[in-house]
Design a protein around this ligand. Structure first.
Ligand SMILES: [Zn+2]
Length: 285
C-alpha cells in the first residue's frame, strides 16, 4: 500500500481498481474494495488496527470496484450513487460467465491464496449501497469532510470523492492513468463535462480508477486519449468504413498497456472501444 498523505493510503499495484483508505479522528473510510481477496483482507486488518471502519464508498458499479463489498457487510454502511444498484454485480454479456464464476476464476488464477476465503455462491452477499444520493452529498467523519459529487461519464453511476483536508480526489474510472481506457459503458458528452468539473477541484492528488496516483495533468492526458479514439473512428467513417472495418483497422493497443492483471482484455477493449465510438460518432452526424 502506498501512503499518499498523512491519512490517505491506496493500493495501485493489484488487479482491478485502486482501493483506498482515509483515516479520520473517528475511524476509517474505505473507497472501493480490492478484487484480490488477500489484499482486501490485509487492508481491512490494517484499518482495524487503527480503529473502526465507518463507511465504504463505491465510486462506480463495475465489478473490480465492488467485488469486495461482501466483506464489509455488517461492518459498515455502503454509500454510492442512486444508479449504482442498477448495474451492480453485472458483467458484460460478452464475458460469457456468471459474475460469481468470473470472480472465482480471477481469484484462482491471480490470488490463489485468497481462494480459501471466497464464500460459496449462496453465501456471497451482493452488498449494494444502503445510503445513496443523486447529485451531491457531504459526509463528515471526525475531522474529515467527504464531498461526494455525481460524476457521470464512465458509467451512469460514477462519483468523485473530494477530501479537502487531504487535498485529494478519488475519481474511479473517470481517469485511467498510463493505461488503456475502457469505453464500454461510456457516455462521452457527460465524461468530458465531468473531466472539466474535476479540473476545477483544488487538489494535489488524484487517485484514478486504474494506474498510478497522478495530478491534474492526467485530466488532459485522458481527454487527449478520448479525442484520439473518437477522431480515429470519425476519420474511418469519413473514408466510408463500416463498423466492422473500423474495428479491423483501428487500434490503440500500442499506446499503453492494460492495467495490471488484465492484459488478456486488450483485444476486447480495442474492439468495444471502436464499436462504442462508432455508435457515438454516427449518432452525432
Ligand atoms: Zn469502471
Amino acid at each position: 500500500m502506498q501512503q499518499l498523505t498523512k491519512n490517505v493510503f491506496t493500493e495501485t499495484k493489484i488487479r482491478g481498481c485502486n482501493p483506498s483508505i482515509v483515516f479520520t479522528s473517528e475511524g476509517s473510510v474505505f473507497i472501493d474494495t480490492a478484487q484480490w481477496i488477500t489484499t482486501l483482507l490485509e487492508m481491512r486488518k490494517f484499518a482495524h488496527e487503527k480503529g473502526p471502519i465507518r463507511y465504504l464508498i463505491n465510486t462506480e458499479p463495475h465489478i473490480d470496484h465492488i467485488f469486495g463489498n461482501h466483506w464489509f457487510a455488517g461492518e459498515c454502511p455502503v454509500i454510492g450513487h442512486e444508479n449504482l444498484s442498477k448495474s451492480f454485480w453485472k458483467i458484460p454479456p460478452a464475458f460469457n460467465q456468471t459474475t460469481y464464476d468470473y470472480s472465482v476464476d480471477i481469484i484462482k488464477r491471480q490470488d490463489p491464496e485468497g481462494l480459501k476465503d471466497m464464500p460459496s455462491e449462496k453465501d456471497y452477499i451482493v452488498n449494494t449501497p444502503q445510503i445513496t444520493f443523486s447529485d451531491r452529498m457531504t459526509l463528515k467523519v471526525g475531522d474529515h469532510t467527504f464531498c461526494l459529487y455525481y460524476a457521470p461519464g464512465h458509467s451512469d453511476a460514477n462519483i468523485i470523492i473530494h477530501v479537502p483536508e487531504e487535498r485529494t480526489a478519488f475519481v474511479g474510472d473517470t481517469i485511467f492513468n498510463d493505461c488503456q481506457i475502457w469505453l464500454h459503458s461510456v457516455m462521452p458528452d457527460e465524461l468530458f463535462k465531468t473531466l472539466d468539473f474535476l479540473a476545477g477541484l483544488d487538489v494535489d492528488y488524484i487517485v484514478p480508477g486504474h494506474g498510478p496516483v497522478c495530478d491534474k495533468s492526467a485530466i488532459y492526458e485522458n481527454k487527449k486519449f478520448l479525442y484520439d479514439w473518437y477522431g480515429a473512428v470519425a476519420d474511418g467513417i469519413a473514408k466510408g468504413w463500416t463498423k466492422e472495418e473500423c474495428v479491423k483497422n483501428i487500434s490503440f493497443a500500442d499506446r499503453c498497456p492494460v492495467d495490471i492483471g488484465q492484459a488478456d482484455a486488450m483485444e476486447y477493449i480495442q474492439e468495444h472501444n471502436v464499436m462504442m465510438a462508432y455508435d457515438y460518432v454516427m449518432n452525432k452526424m
